[in-house]
Design a protein around this ligand. Sequence first.
Ligand code: TYM
Length: 332
Amino acid sequence: MDEKKVMLSGIQPSGDLHLGNYLGAIKNWVERTEEFDNYYFMADMHTITVRQTPADLRRRTLEQLALYIACGLDPEKNTLFIQSHVPQHAELGWVLQCYTMFGELSRMTQFKDKSAKHQDNINAGLFAYPSLMAADILLYQPDFIPVGEDQKQHCELTRDIAQRFNHVYGDVFKIPEPYIPKTGARVMSLNAPDSKMSKSIPEGCIFMMEKPEDIQRKFKRAITDSDSENCVRFDPATKPGVANLMSIYAAITGKSYPEIEAEFAGCGYGKFKPAVGDAVVECLRPIREEATRILADKAYLENVYKTGAEKASYVANKTLRKVYKKIGFVAR
Ligand code: TYM
């Protein structure tokens, strides 16, 4: 039998999970769970590049795991783990820093954005972050990295680092490809459709554990467009707010843009916005309920992340040993 291809991805528990994380990443993971050998983790080591409150970080890491499972990632079929529980990430991260160029790191959009936002704390970790992300990925020799569009640049740098390393030492790393969904890859803020949806603009952000009435309120207040057309038509250049709502609706219902235009022809935004809100509420309701149930069972969660870390460590260690041998470290 052919070996299954490998998928791997992670999310930082630096904020509560939101609709962008779901549509850009998790939904895509869940849809491919049978086809691939899957590794999904909570990227807690990445979060400390920005100051975190320890108790919140702990709570969000476990909540994120509960949400992964509630979204449909069965721990029997997916290796689910906490990044800091698998020390090979830090170890390979250091090695790969030595194969990543200063110029490459300086060009990363996420570094530029975050260093502008946190001017009092532009630390070395924030700068070297993509080398750790490359280690997260390359340890598991994946074929695909399912991410939203904003992570494409980091995935491309990972490929460059892997190719540079392979060029010196032979075929150590598989060269992975980013795997970006057709709809939902870049969900924009509901009240600022020129910025991506993120926890930093809470009024424009739908959190996965949020109450239905709060979700509906945010959709009703969503910015549509400044023209007076009041017509549901997909035109990102002139109607970015409407296009964003349409892409959310498309990603959740599977409908095409012409189908959505036909469905809301003559209705105006007054009907369209709450309809998108309803679709989101109904999509998130079972996930929220299941995550709440799972979160109450701390022993179960502990078992999942401990088993996950063991499985992940086993695989990660094989790659790390190979790397250490190639670069000339004496075997332990
Ligand atoms: P992070 O934690 O910012 O985001 C997690 C995932 O959610 C996607 N995403 C979005 N997709 C669509 N629209 C949005 N508004 C939106 N906001 C976030 C991201 O593209 C991502 O897929 N560096 C990574 C975490 C990471 C990682 C890895 C990912 C660490 N190591 C190894 C893949 C493989 C990050 O900061 O994503």
